[in-house]
Design a binder for this molecule. Structure first.
Ligand code: FAD
Length: 289
């Protein structure tokens, strides 16, 4: 292994000062679950790792603000978010989706900031955060900026982050209505998804006032399925509307094949997954009513 510096700053400001917009060899590290795998595989050979471990305490809070928004620090561990009572009560979609990410050992170490910054298109949480209309707080030498979760990933392992910026918070508005994330894997249930579908339905009685539908893992970034949303908003949620929405989703999603399956295989997964995700969302909301 090529030698590298490992630095442990004690404040966000110090951490930011150790990053360099010009040097791709300098990388922040949070839980390290992805960084270590990339280093072992030889695809990442850093000259400097800036660990965010010591700033964790100030940037790992999970709290509900007075206006009802959930604010999650970038250094919050996936397991802490999954087990948080306020998250379970107000954002059941987050709890449900987190339970299926990797395994308990990874979730005990990995952070939400590290997770979304990694931008592997197969990650489970980015389509979920996009469907919840979350915003990402990004800190850098020029101050803080907010980006919609939907716009954060710009392609295969690409994000809007500059090399001298860090994800410091995730702001999630109240969950608008029933929601579910369906993860289709080709091996164990908690494996990386071949396709993921996140659905949030804002209801007005029996009417769908607004549908938020995203797919992940089969596209190079979380992708909003506009036509599928519009079918659900116009036709409702009966079986034929669900089938029509799934058909629209398959027609519009720029699905790509990979090691988890070909593009035609993923089309079939999407056709099946979207109605199942809608049914799961409705079932969960009935059981909590
Ligand atoms: C065995 C295993 C199975 C897995 N299975 C799944 C799965 O089924 N579904 C799934 O979604 N994920 C899965 N993962 C991936 C896992 O979710 C990620 O590895 C994890 O979320 C990354 O978080 P981290 O804190 O460890 O990030 P790190 O490894 O520390 O960092 C990841 C990337 O983000 C950058 N980074 C870290 N923190 C920040 C920050 N605050 N601001 C800006 N950039 C930052 C790093 O430079 C690096 O590029 C799996 C991982 C493992 C090891």
């Amino acid at each position: 292994m090529t030698p590298f510096e490992f630095l442990l700053p004690y404040s966000l400001e110090e951490a930011l000062s150790l990053l360099d917009p010009e040097d791709p060899g300098i990388r922040p590290v949070s839980g390290g679950t992805a960084v270590m795998l990339m280093m072992k595989a030889g695809v990442l050979r850093p000259t400097r790792l800036v660990s965010l471990h010591k700033i964790g305490q100030q940037h790992a809070a999970i709290e509900v603000k007075a206006g009802g928004e959930l604010v999650i620090g970038g250094q919050a561990k996936l397991a802490d978010i999954e087990c948080h009572p306020a998250v379970r009560a107000g954002w059941p979609l987050l709890t449900q989706a987190l339970r299926g990410v990797a395994n308990a050992r990874v979730r005990a170490v990995a952070t939400l900031g590290g997770c979304i910054s990694h931008a592997d298109p197969h990650l489970d949480m980015p389509p979920v955060l996009a469907a919840l209309e979350a915003r990402i707080a990004i800190s850098g030498p020029r101050g803080e900026r907010m980006v919609r979760a939907e716009d954060f990933s710009t392609g295969y392992y690409e994000t809007v982050l500059q090399r001298d910026e860090l994800v410091t918070g995730i702001f999630v508005p109240p969950q608008a209505g029933p929601g579910a994330y369906l993860k289709m894997t080709t091996r164990a249930a908690h494996d990386w998804p071949a396709l993921g579908v996140a659905v949030v339905l804002k209801m007005n009685g029996e009417q769908v006032q607004r549908a938020s539908v995203f797919t992940g893992a089969a596209t190079d970034r979380p992708t909003r399925l506009l036509q599928a949303q519009s079918v659900l908003e116009q036709r409702g949620l009966d079986a034929s509307a669900q089938r029509a929405a799934a058909q629209a989703a398959v027609a519009e999603a720029p699905l790509m094949g990979d090691a988890h399956g070909s593009a035609p295989y993923k089309s079939q997964l999407l056709r099946v997954a979207l109605p199942r995700a809608i049914e799961a969302a409705l079932r969960r909301s009935r059981s909590h009513a």
